[in-house]
Design a protein around this ligand. Structure first.
Ligand code: PLP
Length: 433
């Protein structure tokens, strides 16, 4: 190992340490394969309601997992988030405070409800939304907080729930990257008035394309049903009489397929085991990288236990004397697919700049214009910092992967030990010296 580290960097013509292979993912059990074939043979692919056995099975299993909360399976994570907002009656003109450090769906679900996203800055080390910054953004139009447990690490749910109570706001958790994560021992998704999960094929609980919404409030559940699918599950037991007059097909088509519902139930059986393996692999990697000089693990709260959709670190560019992207290039050349996966704060994205935007028309630009909301990068300096310094890698190691963790550490150490050569390389690329 030490020998590999001392050799010339692959970026500079040396031999790479070797590719870090992610396991085939998602992994479906043989039983899941058999059930897919059976469903297709029987021609039962539509997941209209709980009258369909696979939908009932998935929603009951997920409800048990979430301590008896109501669960609505959906065709995507985005749908589960938008239906969380719909179920909570968040609509035109309502302000929803959210994070600029996320995948776009945590913002687009707000836009698609005709509501107004307002961005609160994040912690510059962890990338998680900062409760103090949320408080600073509350106005008389604020109705909700939509937070993201980014990369699988829980946000500070104690502070956020306290804040919401004080200001009479509802809370939506975006748990799309945080299946199985906990805050003070309680599962992500079990804090808010509603929560959305993505279960697309890359997530810890992976179907093919699917998601689910969780809520402790049955009215929120039924309102989400009525908005998310044709006939709104009016055939299911408990459907509220007061909603019957509005049942129709003026809705989104966000229902789940029976195949995905079945996969959710099957995949859930092994989720706990797989998350434990992810945590053990990360703990090993953490230990192996304890002497790293230029990358630092975010200092997460001891109250949170992550579930590691990705592993995320921060590059110490000043100390290293090179730009983060030069480091990434060197690491990639050695065989590790590491990236900066959130390339800019969401509030700087061109499509949100309604004054200057000239692209295809949307359903929501008019709302931003009427609200006269102004999105400025200067409002989220910490988000900019983590965007500039963060490095992440997908982390699909759901089984023990000791040799791979060693290889990752070898790559990082090899690059660090060749930092002088990288400084020279960087100067040559930028025309300095
Ligand atoms: C934080 C976050 N929110 C929402 C989503 C949207 O999920 P989906 O792609 O299933 O619609 C994703 C996933 O891709 C995500 O990472």
């Amino acid at each position: 190992m030490a020998k590999a580290r001392a050799t010339k960097l692959a970026l500079l013509g040396g031999r790479p340490v070797g590719a870090v292979e992610q396991p085939t993912f998602p992994y479906y059990t043989p039983r899941a394969y058999r059930r897919v074939a059976q469903i297709m043979r029987e021609g039962r692919v539509l997941g209209f309601s709980r009258g369909v056995p696979e939908v009932r099975e998935a929603e009951h299993a997920l409800s048990r997992y979430h301590g008896g909360r109501h669960v609505l399976t959906t065709g995507s994570g985005h749908a589960s988030l938008q239906m969380s907002l719909a179920g909570l009656n968040i609509a035109e003109g309502d302000e929803v405070i959210t994070t600029p450090y996320s995948y776009g769906a945590s913002t687009s679900c707000i836009l698609h409800q005709n509501a107004i996203p307002i961005f609160a800055d994040v912690n510059r080390d962890t990338g998680l939304i900062d409760p103090k910054q949320i408080e600073a953004r509350i106005t008389r139009r604020t109705r909700a907080i939509l937070l993201v447990h980014v990369y699988g690490h829980p946000a500070d749910m104690t502070a956020i729930m306290r804040l919401a109570k004080r200001h009479d706001l509802v809370v939506v958790e975006d748990c799309s990257q945080a299946h199985g994560a906990t805050w003070k021992g309680k599962l992500a998704g079990n804090f808010g008035d509603a929560a959305g999960f993505s279960c697309m094929g890359g997530k810890q609980l992976a179907a093919t394309e699917a998601g689910y919404m969780v809520t402790p409030d049955k009215d929120v559940y039924w309102r989400a049903c009525v908005n998310s699918q044709h006939l709104g599950r009016d055939v299911d037991a408990g459907f509220p009489d007061e909603l019957r007059p509005i049942v129709d097909s003026l809705v989104y088509t966000y229902r789940v397929t029976t195949i995905d519902a079945m996969l959710l139930a099957e995949q859930l059986k092994k989720l706990g085991r797989e998350i434990e393996a992810r945590r053990n692999n990360i703990a090993r990697l953490h230990k192996l990288l304890a002497d790293s000089k230029y990358v630092a693990w975010p200092r997460h709260s001891p109250h949170g236990r992550g579930s590691y959709y990705m592993w995320s670190m921060n590059f110490r560019a000043k100390r290293a004397g090179i730009h983060r992207d030069t480091f990434l290039k060197a690491v990639q050349a050695e065989g590790l697919m590491m990236n900066n996966c959130i390339a800019s704060p969401i509030n700087t994205w061109p499509r949100l700049q309604w004054r200057t935007y000239r692209g295809p028309r949307t359903t929501w630009h008019g709302n931003l214009r009427r609200a006269k909301v102004v999105y400025r990068e200067a409002d989220v300096p910490n988000c900019r910092h983590i965007v500039d310094h963060g490095v992440q890698s997908l982390f699909r190691f759901f089984k023990p992967a000791h040799a791979t963790m060693h290889r990752i550490a070898d790559i990082i150490y090899k690059v660090e030990e060749n930092i002088d050569a990288l400084r020279t390389y960087e100067r040559s690329q930028t025309g300095g010296d």
